[in-house]
Design a protein around this ligand. Structure first.
Ligand SMILES: [Zn+2]
Length: 385
């Protein structure tokens, strides 16, 4: 059962400890409100081309397996390559429901959504994709989501009056594409096709498979055969998502790209070694995505990348929890996460322990890109604005 969010002190402790880990391991210095960001971005001409990539970090990992001294060997890329270039926020709290779809929807709307995590429903408030496209008059090709499971297929847009169907992001589900590509075939994709580890209560029957395969060929410029044969070489669903995301960046170059990683959540199975393997892979994939951003001409120099978990995992010390395995107690460890911001508008090597919330992401991106998410309950993170 999720507890409400009473424990500000415990969250502060998690944050300060994390800050010290980053100072020691990656040389980050403490930022302050005096050090305002955005020295690199001013003119309207820059804003026009501004791009944002959001990556949710794999269903949540604890500091013991990541930023703490004993976990640092699992995230070599983030610590040595990414953190020193980033503005790092150590005190990000998620005060909503700790289920992956509902938490990701909350990140995307800037409102703590209360929808049923396991239902095939749209977010109850306009998404960042709808605000972005409507206010900046962008085409559907400019906002994309790459998501892990069929359960995320409605993440791209709400049903709110004035927004809604056709006005949000196009959602691509790599595992679904793979399933379609292999329909009637005999290839062994079981390792890529397995779904969320939190038992879904439903498997949405998505119609329109032919349309999606057509997308694969038309938009991603990828034949079904090539896609399937490449997928055979990949080791995880997140690898497949990254492959699709890179293809999208090359072919469509969306200004707003949202990628949900999920491999780490294998922790629910109780296998610690698979959880660690998931963290190491996600670390590597995040670095690979950042390198792609730095080298793709459409993205290099004008892109801000946000990396953040949707929430954390339980501590070993809460009576109601199972440690790394789940995220159900609502304790400080499961609610107090972090956010790494790299690229345009972000200072290098600065750590902030100012408390921010999951729902602050959307208004902060809005301030960067030039739109205003009117229904979001979050605040603009002033260190980024
Ligand atoms: Zn989970």
């Amino acid at each position: 059962m999720n507890r409400p969010f009473p424990n500000f002190e415990a969250a502060g402790l998690v944050s300060r400890t994390r800050r010290d880990f980053l100072r020691d391991a990656a040389g980050l210095v403490l930022g302050s409100a005096v050090l305002r960001a955005s020295p690199l971005v001013r003119a309207e001409s820059v804003r026009k081309k501004r791009k944002v990539v959001v990556v949710t970090f794999g269903g949540g990992a604890r500091d013991q397996e990541t930023f703490a001294p004993e976990g640092q060997e699992n995230i070599p890329h983030m610590l040595s390559e990414m953190a020193p270039q980033s503005s790092f926020f150590t005190h990000v709290t998620n005060q909503g429901i700790l289920g992956h779809y509902v938490a990701t929807a909350s990140l995307a709307t800037g409102v703590y959504e209360t929808l049923n995590n396991f239902a095939s429903v749209a977010p109850e408030h306009p998404t960042i994709f709808e605000y972005f496209r409507k206010q900046l008059k962008r085409p559907s090709s400019d906002a994309w989501v790459v998501a892990p499971s069929n359960g995320f297929h409605r993440i791209g847009e709400s049903e709110v009056r004035g927004f809604g169907p056709g006005q949000g992001a196009r959602v691509i589900l790599p595992k679904r594409l793979l399933g379609l590509a292999n329909a009637g075939g005999s290839a062994d994709f079981e390792h890529l096709l397995h779904d969320n580890y939190e038992t879904p209560l439903y498997t949405p029957a998505l119609a329109g498979g032919e349309v999606e395969l057509h997308q694969l060929e038309m938009i991603l410029k990828l034949s079904v055969g090539d896609f399937a044969s490449h997928a055979r070489t990949l080791s995880s669903p997140d690898e497949l998502s990254l492959y699709i995301a890179k293809r999208l960046m090359r072919e469509e170059a969306p200004s707003l790209l949202w990628i949900t990683m999920h491999d780490i959540d294998v922790a629910h199975s109780g296998a610690y070694s698979l959880y660690i393997e998931g963290i190491r892979r996600t670390d590597r994939l995040c670095a690979e995505l950042w390198k792609t951003i730095e080298t793709e001409p459409e993205y290099a120099g004008n892109t801000t990348m946000f990396v953040l978990p949707d929430f954390g995992r339980d501590s070993d010390f809460d009576a109601g929890g199972n440690g790394f395995q789940h995220h159900r107690t609502g304790d400080a460890a499961s609610r107090t996460t972090w956010m790494m911001v790299l690229g345009a508008g972000a200072r290098h090597g600065v750590v902030y322990d100012t408390p921010v919330q999951s729902i602050d992401l959307v208004p902060s991106i809005g301030a960067m890109m030039g739109f205003s998410p009117s229904q979001s309950g979050g605040k603009i993170i002033r260190e980024l604005a």
